[in-house]
Unconditional design. Structure first.
Length: 234
């Protein structure tokens, strides 16, 4: 089937095959090389890029790229926290995420998760429900990809009960970890989103580069804390 990554939420019966999701995710990440360069963050270690909203997009796209030494985290360490139990781990290093729940496990590499975010007043809580598809390629150079696409649980009352109450937001993202020849790891993430509700799009869009870039030092700070405590096992 033909499928384009966007913030359009899919019903369960509309979910594409895993191979299709992985193929479009890989294609999108390849295209980020030609996106417009934006600001750099974290002392120049996190580069941001963007692509304007296209005819099939519900919102513009934003990307961040960073390269990390083994001392920061190895490929296996990155994958153990981003490729496994991603939503639960994100709750530990993304301050706005207060609750996560697995709504439906489809396979060993596919699950539907709902994430509950809270923000300072007057912004009301947001609920994002996504299908997360993971793909680990062990051939050299090793790479791991996580594709998150928005899901609409309308018509599935039992599953919808698991979602928290809040304004429905939507996001789509593709994240890739790439092991480089020198043992370093490139962490690349592209996303498009809408917070829902009455927040003007120009407000949410203007803050996106800084928001997505901040996830990198937040992750590393959290990871180093648990690494030092000897609790990095999944």
């Amino acid at each position: 089937m033909s499928y384009t990554l966007s913030i359009t939420a899919l019903k369960l019966e509309e979910i594409p095959a895993e191979d299709t999701i992985n193929a479009v995710g890989k294609e999108l990440l390849a295209s980020t090389i030609s996106w417009k360069k934006g600001k750099t963050f974290t002392k120049g270690n996190v580069l941001t890029l963007s692509r304007p909203k296209g005819p099939e997009d519900g919102a513009p796209w934003h990307c961040r790229v960073s390269v990390h030494t083994k001392e920061e985290a190895t490929f296996d360490e990155f994958w153990s926290k981003l490729g496994v139990n991603k939503a639960e781990n994100e709750k530990e290093f993304v301050g706005a995420i207060k609750k996560v729940a697995e709504i439906k496990r489809i396979s060993a590499t596919q699950s539907i998760w709902t994430l509950y975010y809270t923000f300072p007043p007057p912004i009301s809580p947001r609920v994002f429900t996504v299908l997360q598809t993971t793909h680990l390629d062990e051939s050299s150079p090793r790479s791991g990809m996580i594709v998150s696409i928005p899901i609409n649980l309308f018509g599935n009352k039992d599953l919808a009960k698991i979602e928290e109450k809040g304004t429905k937001g939507r996001y789509v993202s593709v994240e890739r970890l790439l092991e480089m020849e020198d043992g370093k790891v490139e962490w690349r993430m592209a996303t498009s989103s809408t917070p829902g509700g009455s927040i003007p799009s120009f407000v949410s869009e203007s803050s996106m580069p800084g928001q997505i870039a901040a996830d990198v030092p937040h992750f590393l700070r959290w990871f180093h804390t648990i690494r030092e405590q000897g609790t990095t096992s999944t």
